[in-house]
Design a protein around this ligand. Structure first.
Ligand code: HEM
Length: 486
């Protein structure tokens, strides 16, 4: 049984450490950091001024401690223990020399083909692009056929399915997921910037060495999309020491490579800074369930306070100086799209065959926003179908539990409950601010010229024929969400 006194002490300590980490008093902060045994010594290429990475080990331990006391904490602990390989953001061991031998060719093939994928100056000639696409796909397919022993790979994936994490550790599994996702997106587009010719493809058989592992990986994470997702392609694309792992544009100009990396880092860092938010969310829900309104207020305040630095991670990076508008649309965004169908059971008729079309990545798959929406009792942004396709099952299940236990609508308007209401209102205000800023920034990035391609977003695939109509269409999603954020 959970000890209530222990919980109150832990909550108070949590708030104290949080306040300390944000304290402008350098001496205090240095003392706090010196006593920490986690990542503070590591280089932090993207540190947010005034904010340090939290004491993750302590938060993880507290989440574990709460697991016996509340469903939301139990599901968060399960997500971290399994999909996170014991950490959050999830740990991915990208050092392939530590991988089981049968998996290493995937990473070696990535090293070999990645420099062939991008070009600084894209051609507008379909014939030139067709030759590039064919040459890239042929090379990748050939390397996979020659070097991958699919029987051994399948044996390892089956071992993981059977719980043999001693032969296929979870952090290796995560990095392998990212690597196969990268190879699939590279094969799909075959040249970066993405070109019209590839966009117009309806279906594309992928090499067996990319489709067989994918069905195991997707089934393991509880997803059914042919495309990668925010977790596989962005969050997992960093080493445990925060190095960006799999590049789209290696060898291109710094303007392109730094923009690509900066963009990916936002998604990873949102989850770094998200951990204290998830901890505070489950602590608030637990305190509320126990009728401890003061404890609930402390935790709701923590959520609101953590949001400021967290959203700064977006505000400070999603602008031209860090992510060049001239580089993003052509050299970054296209890779994350998918826009291909899979023949089989489906809703769309094409030439007599039923084809299910899958879209690619979008910020709408980011766990943090789904958790915040659920905590506030705002209905999910994504449809059930989209969630099942693109958001790992353990993330979905955690969000649904937070939503079930959302208490905002049941709070009285006076006393401590009134104060909790006020804190939740503050969170709504910050989310609205984010959604307003996001709306105008997204438009600025999407309006860049990209004559080599048709209007497309990664998350919604091909759009209307011209960009103005497409932007109007996309704006409706963002305006609609803003209206729901109350
Ligand atoms: C230049 C970069 C970006 C562009 C152009 C962009 C564009 C868009 C567009 C057009 C939508 C609405 C359609 C859809 O659902 O896919 C959207 C939704 C969304 N995006 Fe982004 N996005 C960008 C970066 C980000 C980043 C870095 C984040 C957060 C880390 C993010 C978070 C979201 C969220 C949470 C939604 C769902 C709607 C909402 O909750 O407000 N986006 N984005």
């Amino acid at each position: 049984m959970f000890d209530i006194v222990g919980f109150i002490i832990l909550s108070a300590l949590g708030s104290f450490f949080t306040a300390l980490a944000a304290s402008p008093k350098k001496q205090l902060k240095l003392w706090f950091l010196a006593s920490s045994k986690t990542i503070h010594d590591e280089p932090q290429p993207f540190s947010v001024p005034g904010v340090e990475k939290s004491d993750d080990a302590k938060l993880l331990q507290e989440i574990n401690n709460m697991a016996d006391c509340h469903e939301t904490a139990a599901l968060l602990a399960d997500l971290i223990r399994k999909d996170g390989a014991g950490c959050w953001p999830p740990r991915a061991e990208h050092d392939h020399t530590a991988w089981p031998a049968a998996l290493r060719p995937y990473r070696e093939i990535y090293e070999e083909v990645a420099p062939l994928l991008p070009t600084e100056h894209v051609s507008l000639d379909d014939e030139v692009n067709k030759a590039r696409i064919t040459s890239f796909r042929t090379r990748l397919q050939q390397l996979l056929h020659e070097r991958v022993d699919l029987t051994q790979v399948e044996a390892l994936l089956a071992a993981a399915d059977a719980g043999r994490w001693d032969v296929f550790p979870r952090d290796t599994y995560n990095a392998f997921y990212a690597c196969v996702a990268w190879c699939r997106h590279a094969y799909r587009w075959a040249t970066i910037p993405v070109v019209r010719l590839a966009q117009l493809e309806k279906t594309l058989p992928l090499p067996q060495e990319l489709s067989l592992p994918w069905s195991y990986l997707q089934s393991h994470f509880g997803l059914c999309s042919e495309s990668g997702n925010n977790t596989s392609n962005l969050v997992l694309n960093f080493t445990p020491s925060d190095t960006y792992a799999l590049q789209i544009n290696p060898g291109l100009s710094q303007r392109v490579t730094t923009s690509e990396e900066a963009f990916a880092r936002v998604f990873h860092e949102v989850e770094v800074l998200g951990l204290p938010v998830y901890h505070a969310v489950v602590s608030a829900v637990l305190a509320h369930a126990r009728g401890d309104m003061v404890g609930c207020l402390v935790q709701a305040r923590r959520v609101a306070a953590q949001l400021r630095p967290l959203l700064s991670s977006y505000y400070d990076r999603v602008h031209d100086a860090r992510i060049a508008k001239s580089a993003w649309l052509s050299h970054v965004q296209g890779f994350y799209a998918w826009g291909l169908g899979l023949e089989g059971e489906g809703e769309r008729q094409q030439g007599g065959k039923e084809v299910v079309k899958f879209d690619g990545l979008s910020g709408n798959q980011v766990l943090l926003f789904q958790v915040l929406d659920a905590f506030l009792g705002i209905e999910p942004y994504l449809s059930e179908e989209n969630l099942n396709r693109n958001v790992p099952e353990k993330q979905r299940v955690f969000c649904r539990a937070v939503e079930r236990h959302s208490f905002r609508s049941r709070l009285r308007s006076d006393g401590v409950e009134g104060q909790i209401r006020g804190e939740l209102g503050e969170i709504v205000k910050r989310l609205r601010l984010f959604r307003t800023a996001h709306r105008s920034r997204a438009k600025a990035y999407l309006s860049q010229p990209a004559p080599e391609r048709l209007p497309m977003t990664a998350g919604k695939s091909l759009l209307k024929e011209d960009m103005d109509q497409s932007l109007e269409y996309l704006d409706e999603f963002m305006v609609g969400r803003l209206a729901q954020t109350v």
